[in-house]
Design a protein. Sequence first.
Length: 470
Amino acid sequence: MDFLAVEGLTKFFGGLAAVYQVGFTIQEGEIIGLIGPNGSGKTTVLNLITGFLKPNAGRVTLAGKDVTGLPPHRMCQNGVARTFQLTKSFPCCTVLQNVMIARTYGRDPAPNLRVAADEAMDILGVVGLADKANFLARDLTLMERKMLELARALAARPRLLLLDELMAGLNPAETEETMQLIRKIRDSGITILVVEHIVKAICLYSIHQQGYRYLFSPFPKSPAQARDVFEILNASIPEGERPTKVAIFQETTDWGIELGNLWKENAPKYGYQVVVYETYTPRTEDMSAMILKAKEAGAETLLTVPAPPDGITMVKQMVELGWTPKFALMIRAPENVTWAETLGKNGDYFTIFPGWHHAENFPGVAELNAKYQAQFGRPADLLTGPAYACVQIAAAAIEKAGTLDREAIRDAIAATNMTTVIGPVTFNTDGTGNVLNPLIQWQNGKQELVWPPEHASAKLVYPAPPFDKR
Ligand code: ADP
Ligand code: MG
């Protein structure tokens, strides 16, 4: 029997279908992830399961019992606890009092305050907050507030625990620590639904090393991005003219660290030398120190993976400080179509590895571009191809499986061997895809495909003209 079964769950807010016909199952002892961008309805699904909202249609079954639309306190008594995206502790109570309240009013409540206090202390030990027991909740750090939120949910003695973006805002070390804690909680017999908003993990390789059974990603990963940049440069530029002095500006996030280290490791293998390796935290306003270091070191190549606002800050300050790398690979920030509008000519010649470009001549691309053109007035944007390929792969797998059984579809996806709009796709056992990794360069305010040559819409412009000569 499914431990939790959700079928046809639907919720309208006025005319907006926030959740429409959602269905999934969770088996006892599983950790299941629900991911999606902001506004895709993840929190609403949790609100519908836990009774904070009543669905317009659909059914929620817990251990075989229909619990659709039961109010939150009844769901709590049935063993369903959740954390909130915006933590909801009592700010003026102590950490211990917050957990005691949950221990007193949740499922299987403590018989008296003394027992509640003892058990609350045990729970604080599990989440690593024992030494903060007498702090006021409002004085905690973000990580500590998230752990208190988790402690309060655990105090309700759940059988099913729903975590709403528990890891959002945490740094990589805190995230890893929290994931270990989540596994430990599962091992203690609690089934877990993890809701996260982790779209940037699209290129992250390390996530594929964690043994997720249902993680398949037809997108180039960090190891390919860290290798291909040097292979493309060496294949496109004659020896002696290559931009062998490299500056790496590493963002202090899981993806930034992963890529930074791989670039550093690969550079010497291809005849490149890392002359500057600097780190910065997301949303840094002043990047001048690291830019000046790169300029003084005579760096010719820039390798970096900034979020859009940081990429724009970086370029503006490079312009001000007069440092133009001959070649710049800036993954992520320049993917956005607004890059050229914001930066004008200064946004030109930056290159990206976005996984796809509308000039690729694979079957189905012309039709996709035509439909996109009709709807949005331009050929399909960079990430459209990989997204569409995901749907092609899923559809083919469902057809091949001939059933909606989760394992059968999973196995069919694992065995994928087909040509999609991004080209041929197969998967490795860790869920990473074997896919083309095209290089795109901004030229005259347009994204051009410059590698591989058989698909190219333009030649790589090298070296990039200095900012003040454009
Ligand atoms: P997510 O958690 O995936 O970011 P939400 O479930 O919070 O998404 O929201 C899904 C959509 O429903 C959004 O467009 C949001 O604005 C809307 N929405 C959520 N809650 C309400 C509400 N109580 N009233 C009206 N609209 C809502
Ligand atoms: Mg949410």
